[in-house]
Design a binder for this molecule. Structure first.
Ligand SMILES: CO[C@H](O)c1c[n+]2c([nH]1)[C@H](O)[C@@H](O)[C@H](O)[C@H]2CO
Length: 445
């Protein structure tokens, strides 16, 4: 049995737009994902978050389920449009009350709440004013963050400013496959910078707030980039990929500068960055959240795409998302972060897998593949701890099957199956297995 440190926080993660449903209930306003999913052609099957897992109404039963699973912690996100329908100014008390009740129920169940301020559901009213591409968003986000610190900071001790700024900037503003569906490199690079500025100002607001006794961090999606061959051109291509996918956020946050290779590569598209901006961005944080799913293998491809690279297929087994199952990449990433950007406390704020889960004749889900996936990744994390990494918690993505963005409900990541027509929750084999891991605080070798 490989035991984890005493007090290791085993949890699950979700996000507001992916599980709550009721997007316009009790005074909430439309988010950019409400608009995006209701725009035909954007989401597979025309799916939307209108119902999702109906968590906005079933939250009490879902917290009871978390307790049954033995979770030590639960990472959720707050829907900005519920609490500030116009994005700024007028507070919607009914929206705040939902998160008040949720936090109280979690504490009552002995579950540590981790609150993510932004998991992609920007108020549509702010998109109408330019959204993340408008530098004014820094003040809007700081106002929103300050309100949540004020209202929940007496009970929530762990705060994540942003979930995956890379996805917000690239998928939402360069590739256009996520809300708000823009395809504009100039905008995307400014969005990345404004996200980091907003993060930095929220950190200052946190330190000054009643929540300040707690911990604040940010969650980044990070993936090791491996060169397809040892050729100089493939190594240079891999450096560009690593800079864009990983260092674009890591370097300003922890080293106070953007990767020179990107500034050079993007040339005139690169935004104006001042020393004052960099000082705001690199304000010290208390932990780094890491969302890990797989690695990339990179080859030079002159003139192809944004970076002149292409991703090379590998022989390894894959999940239903087509992502290579590569647990050693988690070990490699954790050790790199510790050595190059640390040493600071780390949490795996997302790791998990989609597989083609089906109910069997007895109405159960025997997701042995997910058990194996998690087992191998837990062991990789444990190896990193052996090497000195200050890993303090692990949040499996996800507790429930849920709305998988542009793929709608076609992908199931949960350790609990959601039968959407009936909204029944059915704990999968992986959920029962995870409960044993948490109880033992460890996994078999
Ligand atoms: C390469 O995967 C990304 O890091 C990533 C994967 N995921 C995410 N980011 C998001 O944070 C979640 O909302 C997704 O539901 C989840 C599963 O797709």
């Amino acid at each position: 049995m490989r035991r984890f440190p005493e007090g290791f926080l085993w949890g699950c993660a979700t996000a507001s737009y992916q599980i709550e449903g009721s997007p316009l209930a009790d005074g909430a306003s439309p988010s950019i994902w409400h608009r995006f999913s209701h725009t035909p052609g954007n989401v597979q099957g025309g799916d939307t978050g209108d119902v999702a897992c109906d968590h906005y109404r079933r939250w009490r039963d879902d917290v009871a389920l978390m307790r049954e699973l033995g979770l030590k912690a639960y990472r959720f996100s707050i829907a900005w449009p519920r609490v500030l329908p116009d994005g700024t100014g007028r507070v919607n008390e009914a929206g705040v009350a939902f998160y008040d009740r949720l936090v109280d129920a979690l504490l009552e169940a002995g579950i540590v709440p981790f609150a993510t301020l932004y998991h992609w559901d920007l108020p549509g009213a702010l998109q109408d004013r330019g959204g993340w591409a408008n530098r004014d968003v820094v003040g809007w986000f700081t106002e929103y963050a300050g309100l949540m610190f004020e209202r929940l900071g007496d009970r929530v001790q762990h705060w994540i400013t942003l979930n995956e700024p890379w996805c917000v900037a690239h998928l939402g503003h360069v590739a256009g496959v996520h809300a708000p569906g823009m395809r504009d490199l100039w905008a995307g690079l400014r969005v990345a910078h404004h996200l980091l500025l907003a993060h930095g100002e929220a950190v200052a607001a946190f330190r000054a707030s009643r929540a300040g006794r707690g911990r604040i961090g940010i969650t980044l999606n990070l993936a090791p980039q491996h060169a397809a061959t040892s050729s100089q051109t493939d190594r240079a291509a891999t450096d560009r990929a690593d800079a864009y996918h990983n260092r674009l956020f890591l370097d300003p946050l922890f080293k106070g500068r953007y990767p020179a290779v990107l500034v050079q590569h993007f040339g005139e598209a690169w935004p104006e960055v001042t020393d004052e901006d960099l000082a705001i961005i690199r304000r010290p944080i208390d932990f780094l959240g890491i969302n890990y799913y797989s690695r990339s293998v990179v080859a030079d491809a002159p003139g192809e795409g944004l970076l002149g690279i292409r991703h090379v297929d590998t022989a390894g087994a894959r999940t239903a998302m087509g992502w290579e199952i590569y647990p050693q990449g988690l070990y490699e990433l954790l050790v790199r972060l510790h050595r190059e950007y640390g040493p600071l406390p780390l949490y795996i704020t997302e790791n998990g897998a989609a597989f083609d889960d089906r109910l069997d004749a007895s109405g159960q889900v025997d997701d042995a593949e997910r058990v194996d996936y998690l087992h191998r990744h837990f062991l990789a994390a444990r190896r990193a701890i052996d090497d000195g990494v200050r890993l303090e918690g692990y949040f499996v993505w996800s507790m429930l099957d849920n709305f998988e963005w542009a793929l709608g409900y076609s992908k199931r990541f949960g350790i609990v199956y959601v039968d959407y027509p009936s909204q029944r929750r059915i704990v999968k084999r992986s959920g029962r297995w995870y409960r044993q891991v948490i109880e033992a605080n460890g996994v078999p070798e």
